[in-house]
Design a protein around this ligand. Structure first.
Ligand code: SF4
Length: 334
């Protein structure tokens, strides 16, 4: 699954949200290496055939529950179930039910005062929609789970994913809307689908998606092999932003760009009102990743595995983790 972004879902009465530990407040769980799509742009590091990233034994249902317990004790308040395709993971419903039964310590700054409370973490499910069904929609409804599904193009959907479930994705957005779920359409933009970006976003919003998470293609994982044909040029990125803003303004919806953009790419004369654009990497700052075998990474694009979750306290001393933290501190001080 593609990049995850939190800021669309922050409670309106809080000015900051902190986990009561050194960890970011959001974790992305890559539940399994398996996927029933074969997206050309897939950035999962294990899909890079030339890389040394090794798949290891996946965590069992009980081990995933243990990960959740450990992280709740460390105050993690946002759990995003991703993959691979998370709905392919055996026991996924049991694992999500377990997460929904846990409590973690939320610390928020409300009206300039730190407020601590034990609350059920907020859950997110990121799927390609192929295995979506009424049971999963009901599960999302029961636990107020935010549902994201991907639509990387409409006419070019099959060309990008090698599957034919675009109508299914739209159908499940409509069903999710009927059930009163909050949803996001994830659109990865490539040179092959830029020409139909307006239509792609429009169709998802008309079907019932509430918001947009847009990622420009970045070479990683399987995508490295297709970098030349998928990579956007600078002018394409500007076109992508303009199109998304136009659709969002027309539909009066909000959206965000998942992967950060260098400031120099964003034209100074543009004033994007509906689309929020990050210019700083948020890996290890706003979120981190637990991979299918329990190893921690700073970001889902990164192939660098650090410690196993069973020794999560050691992460703060890991040189790779520290690099991200130090770089952010230095950026903030510039
Ligand atoms: S990008 Fe496509 S192939 Fe990769 S995990 Fe997501 S749905 Fe599966």
């Amino acid at each position: 699954m593609e990049y995850f972004k939190l800021h669309l879902y922050m409670p309106q009465n809080s000015t900051s949200i902190l986990a009561p530990s050194f960890l970011p407040a959001t974790v992305v769980f890559e539940m399994t290496y398996r996927c029933n799509h074969s997206c050309l742009f897939c950035s999962c590091p294990w899909e890079n055939e030339n890389d040394s990233f090794k798949k290891q034994k996946e965590l069992s249902v009980e081990e995933w529950k243990n990960v959740i317990s450990v992280l709740c004790k460390m105050g993690i308040m946002n759990f995003a179930f991703s993959g691979g395709e998370p709905l392919m993971k055996e026991g996924i419903i049991e694992i999500i039910e377990y997460a929904a039964s846990c409590k973690s310590e939320h610390i928020e700054t409300v009206n300039n005062t730190l407020v601590s409370e034990f609350k059920t973490p907020k859950l997110f499910l990121l799927s390609n929609g192929l295995l979506m069904n009424a049971e999963i929609i009901a599960l999302c409804k029961k636990h107020d789970i935010h549902l994201s599904m991907s639509l990387p193009g409409f006419d070019t959907f099959e060309q990008h994913t090698l599957r034919k479930n675009r109508e299914q994705v739209l159908h499940w957005f409509t069903e999710a809307k009927k059930a009163g779920l909050s949803t996001t359409v994830n659109v990865t933009v490539t040179r092959k689908n830029l020409h139909e970006l307006y239509e792609t976003i429009s169709m998802a919003l008309l079907a019932g998606a509430d918001s947009l998470l847009m990622n420009r293609f970045l070479p990683g994982g399987r995508g490295i092999k297709y970098a030349k044909e998928l990579m956007l040029e600078k002018k394409d990125v500007v076109e992508m932003l303009d199109i998304a803003e136009e659709v969002l303004q027309t539909a009066n919806r909000k959206g965000s760009v998942g992967t950060e953009l260098p400031k120099c790419i964003i034209p100074e004369d543009r004033n994007y009102k509906q689309l929020s654009i990050g210019t700083r990497c948020s890996a290890a700052i706003e979120f981190f990743v637990v991979g299918p075998s329990g190893y921690i990474r700073t970001c889902n694009h990164s192939p660098i595995e650090m410690n196993h979750y069973t020794e999560i306290e050691k992460i703060k001393d890991h040189p790779y983790w520290k690099k991200f933290i130090i770089e952010r501190v230095q950026t903030n001080n510039v």
